[in-house]
Every structure is written in C-alpha cells, then in structure tokens.
Write a protein that binds this ligand. Structure first.
Ligand code: FAD
Length: 352
C-alpha cells in the first residue's frame, strides 16, 4: 500500500506506522499502547502501529521494541480497501432515495470511526422504525447536534475521502456544547420515543435549578461592586460562579449539582456570544429553508460558474442552504441561484 500500488486514499486521521515514519520523520520516538483485548485471554492489540508492511518486516520491527522480544503474532497487520455508497444518494434521514425502505449508516457511507458509525446508526435506525410505524421523520439540524452536521456534510458535499467528524466542521460550535447536550437533545429524543420519562424528569430538574439560580443571580446586588447584580459580575472574565456561591448564602442554599453549575456558568458568561450565534442561525435558516425546484436545469442557468453548475446538477441540493455548503459553490453562485429560484416561484404563482 505504501508503494502506491493501491489507488485508495488512506485514512488521513489514522495513518499507518510507515506513514508516520515518513510524515513525522523529525520525531525521535513514538508511543505504542499495548491494549489487552479481553480479561479472559492474553491477546494484546498493539495500538499505534497499524501497518500493512510484509509479515517478516512486522515481526522484526515489533520484536525490536523492548519487552516485545518474544511477542507472537496471532494476525499480522493488513490494510483494508473497501467500497462505499456515495452518500449524496441519501436523504437527510439516511434513506436511500432510489430504494424506499432502505437506510445506510456507518462506514458504508464513506465515514471512518466509532462515533461516526454510531451517530448515523441512531438516525437511520430511528427513521427506519418511524417509517415502519407510519410516523414522520426524525432529523437533527446543524445548529442542534454534531450528528446533524455530519449527516448534512455527508449528503450535501459527498466527501471524497474517509469522513471524520470534527468539532471544527460545525459553524455553530458555541451552541453545540457538552454541558447543554441534554437540553438540546433530550426533548427531541423524547418526541420520537428514544428516551423515557426519567430522562425528561432529570432535564426538568436541571432546568428548574438553573432558573432558580438565575433568579438569585439577577436579584442579588453586590454592595462592593457598585450594586451590580451577581449576573452582571459573572460576565467579568475573572469572576467565577464558585466564588459567588462561596460568598452568597442565597446561592449556596440552592446546592447546585456540579454539572448544573457548569452549564449555568457557561450560559451566563458567554451569553453575549451565544445570543449572536442564535441570530446567525436565524439568518441562515431563512436562507436554508428556501426550497429549490428539483427539476431545475442548472446547466441552462446563466451566470453560474461551470464548477457550480456541475456540482449542483450532480448533488441536487434541496434548499439554498444546502447549495451554499457544497464545496465549489461560491457565495455569488448562491446569490444568483436565489434570484433564479425566486423568479421561478413568481412565474409559477402568476400562472396560478
Ligand atoms: C484496526 C482498526 C482500528 C480502528 N481504530 C479506530 C479507533 O481507534 N477509533 C475509531 O473511531 N475508529 C476506529 N476504526 C474505524 C472503525 O472501527 C469503523 O469505522 C467502524 O467500526 C465502522 O462501523 P460500521 O458499523 O459502519 O461497520 P462495521 O463495524 O464493520 O460493521 C459491519 C458489520 O456487518 C457485518 N456484515 C458484513 N457483511 C454482512 C452480511 N452479508 N450479513 C450480515 N452481516 C454482515 C460485519 O460482520 C460487521 O459486524 C478502526 C478500524 C480498524 C480496522
């Protein structure tokens, strides 16, 4: 594989040890983790040395590591090259457009990773069940969940190498925080029966505790600080919620759980930035929701760049928002497309 006799693009984010040697030639050492595969065997997975070098090279190399001189190989390392289905053939529920009743999730969609596979499995599985029950679809938006970002990236931009979910792929990262994951997603999961009442009850308790704390924070003023409210003080970078709790019995009496306190602190401290991000989301949603007629002949549209025409004709985005996120479609193309779509809408309205 290293010699280039295989065409496939290797997994960029989990390079083989031979790749690492070439790419990070300046490093003097490399860590290898010896992971026991089970409590009941002495099989070890050598993590950090994935390789497809010839078997005898692997043996010589591994046994050169102090402590592994007498290691025995159960299976040599090998490379896998696998086919995948172009995810642009899927809807936002991961259903195959051409085959009703079929959903694809995981590596078959060209992704790499445990979480990537699990996240897609959740979307595809929930939608398969909802479909069987004759109920509506379950989709997550880009500003609601990383799963939403991933599914949208897959179906809209049709990645050409193994796709990994990175936080940097989300444009609304301030909203997609771990401290508010339950507030974002438990109600959505409950709507379709993915979580039970206890999860909802836990969320209600957290929200009630946060509301009570917010009432205290905006009600109590600090005499030492020009009678500012505690909420105002918390906006200062040097002031922490823990300090305010230590100084004000009203806050301490609420006995906030550590997770609730963290969530509250983040929400209040960064409220200005979070508010601005919500405004951005609203602006993008207005554009996002404008539907593009599915029979639009992109090649006949004047003014669009050729690359944009090709990509749009191939990927057929459902909305202007999706069109804007396709690599190769630039903002001026989206602006022109918006004009064409609006013109079509008016012509149709006039015809009745
Ligand atoms: C050595 C190695 C190390 C990795 N390390 C990491 C890591 O550290 N972190 C990470 O995030 N990802 C890692 N990955 C990637 C990750 O394992 C995969 O991306 C992920 O498991 C894919 O999940 P999946 O459910 O899509 O496919 P799979 O886990 O491959 O599941 C497909 C299943 O379908 C079954 N199957 C196939 N054909 C049939 C059939 N005809 N009938 C019935 N069943 C069938 C297979 O037996 C298999 O159980 C690693 C992969 C490898 C190979």
């Amino acid at each position: 594989m290293y010699a280039g006799r295989i065409q496939g693009v290797g997994p960029r984010y989990c390079p083989s040890v031979e790749d690492k040697v070439m790419r990070f030639a300046d490093k003097a050492s490399h860590q290898v983790f010896l992971e026991p595969e089970s409590l009941s065997t002495d099989v070890i997975y050598a993590n950090g040395v994935s390789t497809s070098l010839p078997a005898e090279v692997q043996e010589t190399f591994l046994r050169a590591i102090p402590g592994l001189e007498r290691a025995r190989f159960l299976r040599h390392g090998y490379a896998v090259e696998y086919d995948f289905a172009q995810p642009s053939q899927l809807t936002d529920t991961l259903a195959v457009r051409a085959v009703p009743g079929l959903w694809l999730a995981g590596q078959i969609n060209g992704t790499s990773g445990y979480e990537e596979a699990a996240g897609q499995g959740l979307v595809a599985g929930a939608n398969a069940a909802l479909w069987a029950l004759g109920r509506g679809a379950f989709t997550l938006a880009r500003d609601e969940a990383y799963v939403g970002v991933m599914v949208d990236d897959l179906i809209v931009s049709n990645p050409s190498e193994p796709y990994r979910m990175f936080t940097s792929r989300a444009e609304h990262r301030l909203l997609l925080r771990h401290d508010n994951a339950d507030e974002r997603l438990v109600p959505r999961a409950a709507e379709v029966g993915l979580v039970g009442n206890d999860a909802l009850a836990g969320l209600d308790a957290k929200r009630a505790a946060k509301d009570a704390a917010k009432a205290v924070l905006s009600g109590v003023r600090s005499a030492e600080h020009g009678h500012r409210t505690l909420a105002e003080l918390l906006l200062r970078p040097e002031v922490t919620l823990a300090e305010l709790v230590a100084r004000h019995a009203e806050l301490a009496a609420l006995e906030l759980e550590p997770e609730t306190a963290e969530s509250l602190e983040v929400e209040l401290k960064y409220s200005g930035y979070i508010e601005r991000q919500h405004e951005n989301v609203a602006r993008m949603k207005r554009q996002e929701s404008v539907e593009i007629p599915q029979d639009l002949d992109y090649r006949a549209l004047s003014g669009l760049a050729n690359e944009a025409k090709d990509k749009l004709a191939k990927l057929r985005p459902r909305t202007l928002g999706q069109a804007a996120r396709i690599a190769g479609v630039r903002p001026p193309d989206v602006a022109l497309l918006a004009i064409h779509v609006e013109r079509r809408r008016r012509e149709r309205a006039e015809r009745g």
